[in-house]
Ligand binder design. Sequence first.
Ligand code: NAI
Ligand code: MG
Length: 398
Amino acid sequence: MEKRKIVTLPGDGIGVIVLEQAIRVLDAAGFNAEYVYGDIGWEFWRKEGNPLPERTLELLKKHRIALFGAITSKPNEEAKAELDPSLQGKGLVYSSPIVGLRQHFNLDICVRPCKSYKGNPLNFIRRGRGNTIEEPQVDAVIFRQNTECLYSGVEWTNPPENVYQALMSHPKFKENFGAVPVADLSVSTRIFTRKATQRILTAAFEYAKNNGYKSVTVCEKPNVIRETSGLMWKMAKDMQKNQYPGIKLVNTNIDAQMMWLTKNPEEYGVIVAGNMFGDIVSDGFAGLIGGLGFACSAQFSEEGIAVFEPTHGSAPKYAGFKVPIVNPVAMIESACMMLDYLGEKKICNSIRKAIADVILEGKVRTYDMMKMQGKPEVVENGAASTIQMADAIIAKLR
Ligand code: NAI
Ligand code: MG
């Protein structure tokens, strides 16, 4: 097996902790790689005024694949106050390095699989007929457009004159907002492009086709948001008809989808959405399979850059514990997505099977799986530490 080079971006807080454990698991499973560490996060904001230094971008440009932990972001004023004194007053403005990475490399495709493990006490259960309790097996994979929509940052409070005039040229704006003083207007634009929409839809359909999913669900709101959601829905219909006739195409509205989450989550396979609704629906599904300790993700660019990361943040509350308690599964699952991407099927399956075995057996559970409050004493009270969880997974590898 060729030796891979993987950039590791631990970042802050528990990002550092879970990434270290994921690498232990990868090593134990026989993944042959050299890890090249990259600077990212709060420390580099404080010391250098840039949480995503140029050298880190260069590293990722060169090696193309990264495992990312999590970073800490703080509001602007707090960020300024924590800058090294030598950097104060220079007009430096903090911006999230994750958003920075996404924009710099145009990581436009975000994939968030949500699959329930048998035996996970955090799995969603519902009441069935005759007061029975049902535990639906959730297996949804959310494809979220990662760079456009309401997250593109094209927004104004008190918009400049030319923007205001452009808005006023729309009859609905004029009718409904024409009398509002311009200083009282906040506008965030929801932008979809044909190219990015095409790419996320193609990724979703291809994934469904290659992994045996029977349906692709577009989760937007085309009946109301006619232009952007409408574009995605129309393109999906054409694509299904011309290229993927064997895959069923479903249209759900984001609001109804959130209600159906608790009704029939097992009926969804591949789901595709714009940035905002993709963020919402993926968090919704993640909640059904155990929450942040289980929610993994991957981001891809057209140029072949791939970043694999848990959905959770740096959880600073838990970062300083002498014995770390957070669940490393989301990070390890993200590493499995990397193995999938690299075609390392055997190692990937062995890790996934080991995680499944540990969860099914139920002897080793982190605090979240025991529904405890995250305090240092959870370990004394029977919860596994982060390291014990990783140990248990390693012990099950075959
Ligand atoms: P968070 O995801 O860090 O933590 C929220 C809560 O979720 C934690 O208090 C904990 O109860 C639970 N949790 C998170 N990860 C867990 C794990 N692996 N195992 C068990 N429980 C887990 O989100 P929060 O507290 O809103 O943000 C903390 C910092 O992280 C902020 O500075 C925020 O900006 C940043 N953040 C970074 C993200 C990233 O790096 N991708 C994503 C979200 C937040
Ligand atoms: Mg989110």
